[in-house]
Design a protein around this ligand. Sequence first.
Ligand code: NAD
Ligand code: UDP
Ligand code: UDP
Length: 343
Amino acid sequence: QSHGGFGFGPGSLGSGGKIPLGLKRKGLRIVVTGGAGFVGSHLVDRLIARGDSVIVVDNFFTGRKENVMHHFGNPNFELIRHDVVEPLLLEVDQIYHLACPASPVHYKFNPVKTIISNVVGTLNMLGLAKRVGARFLLTSTSEVYGDPLQHPQVETYWGNVNPIGVRSCYDEGKRTAETLTMDYHRGAAVEVRIARIFNTYGPRMCIDDGRVVSNFVAQALRKEPLTVYGDGKQTRSFQYVSDLVEGLMRLMGGEHVGPFNLGNPGEFTMLELAQVVQETIDPNARIEFRPNTEDDPHKRKPDITRAKELLGWEPKVSLRKGLPLMVSDFRQRIFGDHKEGGA
Ligand code: NAD
Ligand code: UDP
Ligand code: UDP
């Protein structure tokens, strides 16, 4: 096994450590689990454009073939229907591990499955990383901070998570995934990276996944009222997907384990977000108040000092710039000339 290089497990060339000359590759071999999903598919686009060979592993729970279909026929692209809770043998240099339902509606749908995906799924991908000497990146979440008592959230904050609530399957699942990642790093010398992602939006989000940005945009386009949960004074900080992908790639390519907050510090109440959506799509869109969900975090905003200093990264796309890019994709998919995907 050579570190960060080529693995020689079952199915590989197995030539005793030396790569035959003609078989040297230009790009890296990269697995993206959850690569048919929202964030994953944008990441795949960038990796393919860079010249890497990408294998997408996805069980299509929330992902869609349409998100990656434009790569079909490219010899540098492969798509495998596979659930990460089952073991997987591949030979790769890097693993971006995204597979996990991400919206509250989806992760609460089958909470036990959410936990298993996070725990067993992450364990399998770490086992794979260990066997072939690949570098492993976990997409964790701002949700590890729970309903935070520190604001903005710094990576050194340990969080305020309810262990027995309806969000725990996701929060504790990701916290355990982080723990496993660090234990493989310490115990098996696996090269790991941890990203804590804050609310991200953009083209290719599931239209009806229940997240606030996708809900508001779809509602405004369909001339339905924007559903604000609770009093609408809770806050989130919204990051455009291209900024996140840039951050993930810098993190993977860099020398620091993390965890790193990757998010846009621009903080909005849900009422302010509704206003931006009104300005962008329909000034006459009505607002309707609904009861809030259980354990909803009151505020959330990343401190990104660490990513700025160590990765040279910061977001470039403000909410007012990014939202219109998502709106044109949603418009197409909702009113449909049946074009999927989007930039
Ligand atoms: P998404 O639902 O679009 O993507 C998740 C992908 O994982 C989907 O394609 C889904 O089919 C696949 N998947 C789920 N369970 C799987 C399993 N057991 N085996 C194989 N594939 C499986 O969501 P997203 O927003 O693209 O999120 C990607 C990752 O980023 C997730 O790990 C999520 O927790 C994390 N994250 C996202 C956000 C955000 O705001 N988008 C915030 C924090 C963290
Ligand atoms: N694993 C995998 N692909 C691999 C190597 C391991 O899916 O290429 C899985 C393996 O089935 C196990 C997990 O990863 O369930 C952890 O593997 P590890 O070798 O760390 O632990 P062990 O198998 O020794 O318990
Ligand atoms: N929310 C809302 N209306 C909706 C969907 C969500 O007001 O139609 C609120 C939700 O109560 C939460 C915030 O928006 O306070 C963000 O919710 P989301 O599900 O997008 O992500 P979370 O950050 O909670 O995982």
